[in-house]
Every structure is written in structure tokens, then in C-alpha cells.
Design a protein around this ligand. Structure first.
Ligand code: ATP
Ligand code: MG
Length: 434
């Protein structure tokens, strides 16, 4: 799609009002402007205000370099190598200020400012340019609208307003080139389509499935950040389904696809996502650990069975080994940080412990710091599988409601396990001659 001349929309002819822009974003815009720089509100902030939505954050574009921005704001931190940005900090609120980006022409291509991989991926994007060039470097037309603080006009270089009107997600420029430059744009297309209830245009959707494997080249830490935006948007389930439709999902969670589509696993993941969506709507706390625990639960179960069959190890050892293997494999594509994998392990291990309630076990499980998450997870499994899990879930529901005497009597009613606990001693490895 060719990029045409700018349309400048007078302040009286668009709906963006300074009342809807955060005080901090306005402060940054005004200070840049007063210092003789161009300053625009751009990206999701403009897009969402035009759609009548509440923006998640406000992004600003300026012709000041990051170093110049830093000089203007005491509370400024420069971040990012691939894409250098200034963050202006107001307590917990961060206003992102990006310098207008230009094209990567050959003469300009110096190692320090821009670089590209063999697959066409932009490894660095720090060539500065004009507002027109900046617009063409953005991802979707609806994300390339600029609100100019100098005269409160709106600048539209890529038919973003038309596409907002038609509710169309349209990539700027040649889709295949733009996805190769940054494969994360494929995930963003899906995220915006669901969030804004828009259609991805034919030309923008056409290359996605073919190019999905390019996500393998994205650093796993960046994919983790993206996965949070995808799953914790309040529309996680719809997003998940669309990612699946474009075959983007297996790039994020290859492990759950090792054995093909498992309806039982899919149902559990769907239920976890629906549950998370509801909690977000009700303003309740959510943790990605719970979702990831659901996504990887059946792969862990399956791996445990494989290890049991192959090695004859006791169940607990096989289960620990399976958790390690599944997580090691997963973090190669999406780097789930330790603070979440440790909660996932707790949720999983507690699943196996919750059926062993006799004696002091019930109390130990009940007082475990992750009991609540594990109990919610048990409910998800019980709803999914029925049978004994339902009884177990009901038992734990009752147990929590009982006073001390009630709890004691519930535990006393349980029969001890019939079999004697089998002890397992690890054989010492035989010394090898070296
Ligand atoms: P939201 O903040 O609601 O998730 P957003 O559109 O503001 O949506 P950000 O990630 O905050 O998304 O990015 C701000 C803007 O920067 C985008 O609107 C877009 O113009 C540009 N942008 C972000 N990521 C990319 C990318 N990968 N390629 C090109 N432009 C991008
Ligand atoms: Mg934003």
C-alpha cells in the first residue's frame, strides 16, 4: 500500500481533547514543545482515544534525540539497544518518548545505528528521521496517527483514520518485508484485531502462517513480554484462538504441541484463559504463573508417564524430572522468569500432594503459601475431567470451611493408604576408571 501525503486534521475536526490525555503525558509534550522541539502523541494513545477507549499508556514522538530528552527531564532514563528510547518516570507512571525514526539507506547504515540479520530482521533501529518517515516505520496504519501539541491538529500519513473507520488492521508497506524486519508484528496484528475488534486486512493476514516460524529468532525474553500482553489483555481466550488459527501459537508453546492437539489439554487452557479474562474484568489479581501452569500441565503429566515407563523411577522423581524437562524446553521459546516458574512448580507439585491428605499432610498442604492457587487449579482440573477429582475438590472446599475440630474429624475419616510406603534409595554410581 503506497504511503500518501499527510492529511492534517484541524483541532475542530477530530475528537481528541487534552482532557483525555494524562497530566504526565501533557507535561512531557509541553516541555518538549517549549524547548523548541516537535512533540506528538502517537500510537495506542491516539488510536484508543479516537475509538473512545481508555488508552493503556501514552507514547510520545519527538525530533529531540534521546540525549536531548535526557537533558530536559531530571526523571529520565534511556533504555533499549535495538530501539533506543527515553523513559520519563513519574512514580509508577512511565511516559515513553521515542525520537522520530527514519529509513535505513545504505549510506546511513552504520553498525551503531542500524543493523539487519540475514533474514531481514532489524537488529537495531536507531536511524533518526522526519515525521513522514517515522510514520512509515510504524507497524499498522491505525498506530501511525500523530496528535501535534503545537496546534492540536491530527496528522495522518498512512490512511490510519480510514482504517479506523473501517475497523481494519493494515500493515504499512509490504507485509512480508515488514514481518521479516520484526516478526513480533504478526503477534501484534492478532493482539490488536482482538482488542479493537477489527479485521486484519487480506494483504496483512496473507503471509502470517508462512512466516510464523520466524518467531524462533526473537529473543525469548521479548516473547515473554509479548505473551503477557496477549494473554493478560482481558481477552486472552479470543487472542489464544486467533493465534492458533494463524499457527502462531506453536511458536510460543511448542511443548503443548509435541503430541498433536489434545482436546483435554485445550479445554483446560481455554478454561484457565476464560477464568483469567473474568478476573481481569472484575479487577482481581491475576498471575501468568497460573495460565502457564495450565498450558503445560498435560505435557508434564504425559512426560511423567513416559519417564515412569522408561525408567521405573518412583512417581515423585519422575514428576520432578518431567517438570524440569518441560520447563527447560518451554523457556527456549518464551523465557518465563524464575519467579513464575517457581509458582508453577508449586501449583503442580501441590496437585500431586492434594490427594494425600491423611495425618498431618492436609495441614501442611493447607498452610502452603501457594495453596490457594493450587486449589483453584484443582477446580479447573475437576471441572475438566470430572470423576475422582470432583470429590477431591469438594473435600478441600469443605476442609477450608471447617473449624479446627471439623478439620480434625475430616482427616480422621480418611483411611490411610493401604500400601506401605516404598522407599527408594538411589544407587551410588559405580566408580569409573578414568
Ligand atoms: P498498546 O499500548 O495499547 O498495547 P500501542 O499501539 O501503543 O498499543 P506500543 O507497544 O505501546 O503499542 O507501541 C507504541 C507505538 O509504537 C505503536 O502504536 C506503533 O506505532 C509503534 N510500534 C510498536 N511496536 C512496533 C513494531 N514492532 N514495529 C513498528 N512499530 C511499532
Ligand atoms: Mg502504547
Amino acid at each position: 500500500m503506497p504511503v500518501t501525503n499527510s492529511t492534517s486534521i484541524h483541532r475542530s475536526e477530530h475528537s481528541i481533547s487534552r482532557n483525555d490525555i494524562s497530566e504526565n503525558a501533557l507535561k512531557v509534550l509541553y516541555r518538549l514543545h517549549k524547548s523548541g522541539h516537535k512533540a506528538y502523541l502517537v500510537g495506542g494513545g491516539v488510536r484508543d482515544l479516537l475509538l473512545g477507549l481508555k488508552p493503556k499508556d501514552f507514547d510520545i514522538a519527538t525530533d529531540a534525540t534521546p540525549e536531548q530528552v535526557k537533558k530536559l527531564f531530571r526523571n529520565c532514563r534511556l533504555v533499549g539497544r535495538r530501539f533506543r528510547l527515553a523513559h520519563i518516570l513519574f512514580g509508577r507512571d512511565i511516559i515513553e518518548v521515542a525520537t522520530l525514526r527514519g529509513h535505513h539507506s545504505d549510506e546511513e547504515t552504520e553498525k551503531n545505528t542500524s543493523s539487519q540479520s540475514q533474514e531481514g530482521m532489524l537488529l537495531r533501529d536507531n536511524v533518526y528521521g522526519s515525521i513522514e518517515e517515522d510514520a512509515e516505520r510504524r507497524d499498522f496504519t491505525v498506530n501511525a496517527l500523530y496528535y501535534d501539541i503545537a496546534d492540536f491538529s491530527l496528522r495522518d500519513f498512512c490512511h490510519g483514520l480510514d482504517d479506523l473507520e473501517c475497523r481494519r488492521i493494515e500493515l504499512i508497506g509490504d507485509p512480508e518485508t515488514r514481518y521479516r524486519e520484526d516478526p513480533v508484528r504478526m503477534l501484534r496484528a492478532v493482539r490488536f484485531a482482538v482488542k479493537l475488534q477489527m479485521e486484519i486486512s487480506e494483504r496483512t493476514k496473507a503471509p502470517i502462517t508462512k512466516l510464523a516460524p520466524l518467531l524462533k529468532d526473537i529473543p525469548p525474553a521479548r516473547l515473554f513480554e509479548e505473551s503477557l500482553k496477549l494473554m493478560l489483555s482481558g481477552q486472552g481466550l479470543a487472542t489464544y484462538k486467533m493465534l492458533q488459527q494463524y499457527q502462531l501459537l506453536q511458536q510460543l508453546y511448542p511443548v503443548s504441541f509435541v503430541n498433536g492437539d489434545d482436546p483435554k489439554s485445550e479445554a483446560l487452557i481455554h478454561a484457565a484463559l476464560a477464568n483469567t479474562d473474568e478476573r481481569i474484568k472484575a479487577d482481581k489479581r491475576v498471575t501468568p504463573a497460573f495460565l502457564y501452569a495450565a498450558i503445560l500441565w498435560y505435557p508434564v503429566e504425559q512426560k511423567t508417564q513416559e519417564i515412569l515407563t522408561e525408567s521405573g523411577l518412583p512417581f515423585n522423581d519422575a514428576f520432578l524430572m518431567a517438570m524440569n524437562e518441560v520447563l527447560d524446553f518451554q523457556v527456549k521459546s518464551v523465557a518465563i522468569p524464575k519467579r513464575f516458574t517457581s509458582t508453577m512448580r508449586d501449583i503442580w507439585v501441590l496437585q500431586t500432594r492434594m490427594s494425600k491428605r491423611y495425618g498431618k499432610h492436609a495441614y501442611r498442604i493447607f498452610h502452603h503459601p501457594k495453596f490457594r492457587a493450587a486449589y483453584d487449579f484443582l477446580q479447573l482440573r475437576a471441572d475438566n475431567e470430572g470423576g475422582e477429582l470432583v470429590e477431591l475438590f469438594e473435600w478441600w472446599t469443605d476442609f477450608q470451611e471447617q473449624d479446627e475440630d471439623g478439620k480434625r474429624s475430616m482427616v480422621a475419616k480418611l483411611s490411610k493408604p493401604a500400601t506401605k510406603k516404598r522407599r527408594y534409595y538411589k544407587k551410588k554410581p559405580r566408580p569409573t576408571s578414568s
